[in-house]
Design a protein around this ligand. Structure first.
Ligand SMILES: Cc1ncc(COP(=O)(O)O)c(C=O)c1O
Length: 436
């Protein structure tokens, strides 16, 4: 089943040379499992890349996609509309926080983020605050791979190779504090005051130059960092005080990961803009969405200085097939009560994850919603090597986990059963114990 030449493909975020010597090839997937090319069932402890929230191979989505291609395979999104993109926008605003009533479609999380940043800048200009151009991200943030996303992002390897990126960007301090918060169950106790770091940046740049702050409500790709208790509320207050937009990057947290449609609802903190993607279509068809509050959309409609209010869009914005997949996914989430069942599974997963405390080399365990992380101590001079080897070992043992450096992240589909949670962590424990 292995392709006979692996060289033509340049794989993303993958050590190509190492992978091609010892490839891991996936040929199928159903419900909670991948099928490897040697015919093994591999338990999916990561919902792919935090995205297959309803589990794999869902017939309802398959049928919706198939039928949509027959009915309307494509229509141009500039100057023309098709019914499903309006329907989907309506369905999304029904489940997003109350004031968030307008949706701009794209094709990925990175594009949803770049769209949010561009909307923030265009909005400030439209309402007569054209000096507000600075974008504030956070250290250890991940906002995809566009130049906007890496500029506000705060992961060094994603930035250091790519020149000067966007100008006029600054970063809040990250919130990770293992000295005080290691092995916290749920939200860490200490660190809400780190939101005050925005005051430092306001002192430095002045609020009249700052358009927006973007953060992940829970940082994922940097190794699962739940926000300290009270941090997001404080950040919201400061953004409001200084007339700065707050953007939540919910590419991994939207659609049930917290047991709610968005993390904004979970934290009871409403940002001005939410970016989402991934589970929007259960990952079957690429799609991103940037959802904004009324005041942003209305301001653009009333004050933009050209007939086209926003000079931005993608050939595949609101693609009919992606819309069909998203509508079917939203149906499944609702009909099967998956956001609600995620709440129960999250409680169970918290206890099972924390039972790995005391395992060789484990230095921290973190969790929030249906997300958990087990951090192992880095080898001296070889950061990430233990994480990578643990991932490979778990694959051999039949479980797909994800290593972000030396942090192993778990974000299973919301359909996960308790015995599968047991299997995820038992296998991970074995994998970690096998490492030197
Ligand atoms: C928080 C966050 N933002 C943006 C992205 C980028 O999404 P995509 O890979 O679909 O461009 C990701 C991907 O993992 C993410 O976790």
């Amino acid at each position: 089943m292995k392709p006979n030449n692996l060289e033509s493909l340049w794989m993303p975020f993958t050590p190509n040379k190492t992978f091609k010597k010892d490839p891991r090839i996936i040929v199928g997937a159903k419900d909670m499992h991948f099928i490897s090319d040697d015919g093994r069932n591999i338990l999916d402890a990561t919902a792919g890349l935090w995205c297959v929230n309803a589990g794999h191979g869902r017939k309802k989505i398959q049928d919706a996609v198939y039928n949509q291609i027959g009915e309307l395979d494509y229509s141009p999104p500039f100057q023309f509309g098709h019914p499903k993109q309006f329907e989907l926008a309506n369905r999304l605003v029904e489940i997003f926080p109350e004031e968030m009533n307008h949706v701009f479609f794209s094709n990925s999380g990175s594009e949803a983020v770049d769209s949010a940043l561009k909307i923030a800048l265009a909005y400030q200009r439209a309402r007569g605050k054209a000096s507000k151009t600075r974008l504030i991200g956070r250290e250890r943030g991940y906002h995809g791979v566009g130049f906007g996303g890496i500029s506000v992002g705060g992961m060094v390897k994603n930035r250091m190779y790519f020149g000067s990126m966007l100008s006029g960007v600054d970063h809040l301090r990250h919130t990770h504090n293992p000295e005080l918060n290691a092995f916290s169950k749920g939200l860490p106790e200490y660190g809400a005051e780190l939101a005050n770091d925005l005051e430092r940046l306001v002192q430095l740049h002045d609020a009249s130059t700052i358009a927006a702050v973007i953060v992940e409500p829970i940082a994922g790709s940097t190794g699962v960092l739940p926000p300290p208790k009270g941090y997001l509320k404080k950040l919201r207050e400061l953004c409001t005080k200084h007339d700065i937009l707050l953007i939540f990057d919910e590419v991994i947290s939207a659609f049930g990961r917290m047991g709610t449609p968005t993390a904004a609802e979970f934290f009871d903190v409403t940002p001005d803009i939410i970016c989402c993607a991934k589970a929007l279509t259960n990952a079957t068809i690429p799609m991103g969405a940037t959802v904004v509050q009324d005041h942003i959309y209305n301001s653009m409609m009333d004050h933009a200085d050209a007939p086209i209010e926003l000079f931005h869009g993608y050939t595949y914005s609101g693609h009919p097939v992606a819309c069909a997949a998203a509508l079917a996914s939203l149906d499944i989430y609702k009909e099967e009560g998956l956001f609600e069942s995620a709440v129960e599974s999250a409680k169970y997963m918290q206890e099972v994850a924390h039972s790995l405390k005391g395992t060789k080399n484990v230095i921290d365990i973190r969790n929030m919603g249906l997300i958990a992380a087990v951090e192992i101590e880095a080898r001296e001079g070889a950061i990430g090597s233990r994480g990578f080897e643990a991932m490979k070992k778990a694959w051999e043992l039949g479980v797909m986990i994800r290593a972000n450096g030396d942090t192993i992240a778990f974000s299973p589909p919301l359909i996960v059963k308790n015995e599968q949670i047991d299997e995820m962590f038992e296998t991970t424990k074995k994998a970690i114990e096998s490492l030197n």
